[in-house]
Design a protein. Structure first.
Lengths: 162, 406
């Protein structure tokens, strides 16, 4: 179990590691590591893999917005049905039920401001049970999933005798 | 009045050729550091060199600690503190030491906050020894011990620790080094450069010898105390009741809390010794930097999880390098503390200096020759894993290339 947690920590640590590297880092054999990973995937503990990308450094243009959605929950179905109608769109990258002044926090990525606005007004706002939406466009990524953006991480330690 | 430059024909005299003034024999007796020379070489190649040579954490000080330093400046805490250090910091050190190591020191009289562990070390040596006294220094070890002993006009008596003993000090080696002039033993565990640790049974083995020679004090350099891996735990000799009063613990923040640049550490000792240390400290230093002292309080109080994270990361790298070295066929003792590994390179038929110089020239990887840490370090090299994993991985690939080219 401890090894399993360590594997998850390493996979979650925002770096690219070969199975052989993980084996060395955890003092396991490569086969053992692969077996654990296979099992974690099978159990849907590991849901997928992705890279952290600073899209602003690529030619691809995209705009990200956080949308607060207030709804009226439906009898027997709670928020699930409305949420599903929203998150099924590929433009929706994240969708959370939250406590507080509104109900759903929806994160949408699209190619420009207009297309996001259009998506919200044409696809989300008209859904039955959606009372209101508030859209916040993301202006700058400072830190995403634990990764700090736009920092110089070069090793500038000076030499010192010790 | 003597100017800073002796003018000759209006030009400053070339100070490299002729000393401007007579220097003390004490300072002249200090040998230039072997590491320094090596770094100069590495600096010429800067940019393309992968460095596993630096003995300091690659992590930045935890944000909450930095933030506390900033806050203290905002509050205008810019004055001297008490010579011995802020009372609040001494209280915190006392609580931390009690909680983590089950050791009791009175914050009023037995704790001195210093400019890094290095100052505590030098103060302690000067407080305890007279000219001509002998100081036992198990080697390989941190480069400052010998220099500090020399500056106190005392005599270093090195013990060559052996790989087959996992670079631990044994009672036989200790006994053999003791003479009627022996006044001090310096223990540096977890060890720079070998990564060796001394656990409870290792320390207990030394006790009969030390009890037989009550005139010997001990300076225990415990800068890396928090950095041990697996089941292994550092054991302080001060945990032995009849040894505590004979021991000065040198502690610090640089390594475990990644606070090297703050220059903050401390000495823990019986009040008679602590007050003697404070005598030196108050005239040489006055008081440790105030901003660093406030930051240090936060480090001790609220950074356990940050330290644990760093220790985990060091452990991943440690195991990675150890395995890579074995896979390359390099004989290596498994280090259990600090952030160094000390492989044996003697089978490649060159001394450690040549090995490191060639590795630097041919593959642009900087590591430190073992001979820099004492004669018995010859045949070994020190690799620091206080560097990003990607750097370590690339450096290991280059080391592998280098070895297969031999």
């Amino acid at each position: 179990m401890e090894k399993r947690n360590a594997i998850l920590q390493l996979l979650f640590s925002q770096r690219r590691l070969e199975t052989s590297d993980m084996a060395r880092m955890l003092d396991m054999s490569e086969e053992e590591v692969q077996k654990e990973i296979d099992q974690l995937e099978k159990d849907h503990v590991i849901m997928g893999y992705s890279a952290m990308i600073d899209w602003t450094k690529t030619p691809f243009e995209s705009v990200k917005a956080m949308i607060e959605v207030s709804t009226t929950p439906q009898r027997d179905r709670g928020f699930g049905r409305i949420a599903r109608r929203i998150y099924s769109y590929p433009e929706v990258k994240d969708c959370y039920l939250v406590s507080g002044d509104y109900d759903l926090m929806v994160i949408v990525v699209s190619k420009n401001l207009q297309s996001v606005a259009q998506f919200v007004s044409e696809k989300i706002a008209p859904i039955d049970g959606v009372l209101s939406t508030r859209t916040h466009f993301i202006l700058q990524n400072y830190k995403v999933n634990g990764v700090t953006f736009s920092v110089d991480e070069s090793d500038d330690r000076e030499t010192v005798v010790l | 009045m003597i100017g800073r430059h002796n003018e000759t024909n209006g030009l400053p005299k070339d100070s490299a050729n002729e000393p401007i003034t007579r220097l003390s024999s004490r300072v002249n007796s200090i040998e230039p550091s072997g590491i320094r020379r090596f770094f100069d070489l590495a600096n010429e190649l800067k940019g393309e060199v992968l460095s596993l040579s630096i003995g300091e954490p690659d992590f930045v000080t935890p944000w909450r600690v930095r933030e506390m330093g900033i806050y203290s400046l905002e509050q205008g805490y810019t004055h001297y503190t008490a010579n011995q250090g802020l009372m609040a910091l001494r209280n915190t050190i006392s609580e931390y030491t009690e909680e983590k190591y089950n050791l009791t020191y009175d914050p009023k009289t037995e704790i001195v906050v210093t400019v890094g562990g290095s100052e505590a070390l030098d103060d302690a040596i000067r407080a305890l020894i007279d000219p001509g006294d002998e100081v036992i220094i198990p080697e390989p070890c941190f480069v400052s011990y010998k220099a500090s002993v020399g500056l106190a006009n005392a005599v270093s008596v090195p013990i060559s620790l052996k790989k087959e003993n996992q670079f631990k000090l044994t009672p036989e080696e200790l006994e053999a080094a003791i003479t009627p002039k022996t006044r001090l033993l310096i223990l540096g565990f977890p060890n720079n450069p070998t990564g060796a640790i001394m656990d409870q049974s290792d320390i207990e083995a030394l006790l009969p010898v030390l009890r037989k020679h009550p005139q010997i004090s001990i300076v225990s350099d415990e800068l890396y105390a928090q950095l041990t891996y697996g089941e292994a735990r550092h054991f302080s000799i001060a945990n032995v009741p009849d040894m505590q009063d004979r021991t000065v613990i040198v502690g610090g923040f640089s390594k475990a809390f990644a606070m090297t640049g703050w220059r903050i550490g401390y000495a823990l000792a019986h009040k008679d010794i602590a007050q003697a240390i404070n005598k030196i400290h108050q005239f040489v230093i006055m008081s440790a930097p105030t901003t660093a002292q406030y930051a240090a309080i936060e480090a001790l109080r609220n950074c356990d999880s940050e330290v644990e994270k760093m220790v985990n990361e060091y452990n991943y790298r440690r195991r990675y390098i150890y395995r890579r070295l074995l896979e390359m066929g390099i004989e290596c003792f498994e280090p259990l503390g600090a952030f160094y590994i000390f492989p044996d390179i003697s089978r490649f038929g060159m001394d450690s200096n040549t090995f490191c110089e060639r590795l630097l020239q041919e593959q642009k990887v900087a590591i430190i020759p073992g001979s820099a840490f004492g004669n018995c370090g010859e045949g070994h090299v020190r690799i620091s894993y206080a560097a990003a994993f990607e750097t370590i991985e690339a450096a290991m690939n280059r080391l592998e290339n280098f070895i297969s080219s031999l």
